[in-house]
Design a protein. Structure first.
Lengths: 279, 279
DNA sequence: GGGCGGCGATACCGCACGGGTATCGGCCCA
DNA sequence: TGGGCCGATACCCGTGCGGTATCGCCGCCC
């Protein structure tokens, strides 16, 4: 299956074999066997190009999910076994720089519980929490709707907040009591920065490129960009930045999420604590 | 992994091997290899009994999910390939005897769409829709909250309705304009029937045993039981049965659900049609 | 148009892993 | 203390997977 996913992604047996660290002939035969076993033609080979059939597209989606599931099984088992003193730790993942206040309250409250499991914190980029939960690198996540997707996860809502525009402190708009989204999106000389997608490339278009929140804030302080962010980030603004409420921007909901089949006691405890802290 | 799940469920190498159709020694070695590969002790063998370690319990949960995922991959691919004329069909699963009116409307509306994919209908027992979606026997399901769980599924709400008590036509309560839950639950001589769990066994306690809706309705008509069910079932009541609203019973929400990673065009079409039909 | 090069399939070979049978070793129980 | 149960080990065998060499096909370019 790993083999098939590699070929389906590369659409090229040679490169796929290279990526898998095997030679090309065994790969060809493996795919052939898979096709015979499933009694399905997965790839159309036309001597110049390899294309996915409809069945192949189905298998690609499903096989990715299946591989993630077995990776998750291996990783979680390894973690459970290697945990010191039989105390199974939980890995909590969230976007770097987001919800830091809530996070601090949650970690403090959880640490204060009797017989609390250890919590390992894992910070990631935007939109990476879902894959991390699915492939077992993490057990629980803090997500921010509507930016993150909760597809396939169990969730509990924690809190909602409005958004603010982050501007250079000296900017004319920084003194306003509030702004509309339209006021901020088209500012000459203050474009929204671009973020790298999951594949590491930046979308085309104008705007400076930023890799994380620190870079973003620095760009704004330098007067090269502006941004719209949840209110709670006001507590971590550095000098040279101003925040102005944007009432018509969508409200942001922070939720705690976990893969539905892995509701271990430790995860359930953490979720309960999170709800208690925010209610 | 299949091997480990078998042993973990049987807690007995001999029986597990038998269930898997292999001999016991290869099974022992396979588990040993797995433990070495994961660097984890999964089972405690004490010459008289086999018990799961904490890591073993984690792997059992995760491995079940992973196995379901690969089963799903195989099944869906097989279906996609064997579909006649390259027209990928969708399997819609729902509880036998539930939502039949909505179902009819949905199927009619969908068949009337241009270029609609074929829909295979699959009826199942209570609470079996989740596993069916997860292991690929079905692609979309109609669920009824709060009876079914939507954990790990993407859903769209379709409709909500109150519940009614189903009583023998001649029963004294059958003439009332409405009832409370408490009026129905403790009726002498009219207990709630018991349903078999997923493992096929009946919970202990009083009440006749029923295997499906037909048996249930017959039991009620015979004056041996009563039941509380969603309003929509009134349209399919046979003679000898009466339905009385129960305003304080929880309202039932019918949702359409699908596994999040498998949002194929055909599934998306069906979901859209379902929303249109019920809005 | 013919030679060339790229690419997937096939042929053939060796090893290693998964499966089988026979047997051992520890433990409970009679 | 011996028998029976159960998992582990020993040993053997076949299949499957991986490797190298080579073929067949088809665009491309000189």
């Amino acid at each position: 299956m790993r083999y098939f996913v590699a070929v389906a992604e590369e659409l090229h047996f040679g490169r796929a074999a290279q990526r898998l660290g095997i030679a090309q002939p065994p790969l060809s035969r493996a795919i052939g066997r898979l096709e015979r076993r499933l009694k399905a033609v997965l790839l159309e080979r036309s001597s110049r190009a390899v294309t996915l059939t409809e069945a192949g597209a189905v298998l690609l989606r499903e096989a990715r999910a299946a591989l993630e599931a077995v990776e998750a099984a291996e990783r979680r088992t390894r973690r459970a076994a290697h945990a010191p003193a039989g105390q199974a730790g939980v890995v909590l993942v969230t976007k770097a720089g987001a919800s830091s206040e809530l996070l601090a309250k949650l970690l403090d409250a959880h640490a204060a519980e009797p017989d609390a499991a250890g919590v390992d914190l894992l910070l990631c980029g935007m939109g990476e929490q879902g894959p991390m939960l699915r492939d077992g690198r993490a057990d629980v996540a803090l997500l921010h709707l509507p930016f993150d997707t909760t597809a396939g996860l169990d969730t509990e809502e924690l809190c909602t907040e409005g958004q603010v525009a982050i501007l250079p402190a000296g900017h004319p708009l920084a003194g306003r009591p509030h702004l509309r989204t339209a006021d901020v999106t088209g500012l000459p000389g203050l474009p929204m920065p671009r973020w790298p997608g999951p594949d590491g490339t930046y979308p085309a278009g104008p705007g400076p490129r930023a890799r994380d929140h620190a870079q973003l804030l620095q760009l704004i302080a330098l007067g090269r960009a502006c941004w719209i962010a949840p209110e709670s980030c006001r507590t971590q603004l550095r000098a040279g930045l101003a925040a102005v409420p944007v009432p018509d921007a969508p409200t942001v909901t922070t939720v705690i999420a976990w893969p539905p089949h892995s509701r271990s006691r430790a995860v359930a405890d953490l979720v309960r604590t999170a709800i208690r802290v925010t209610s």
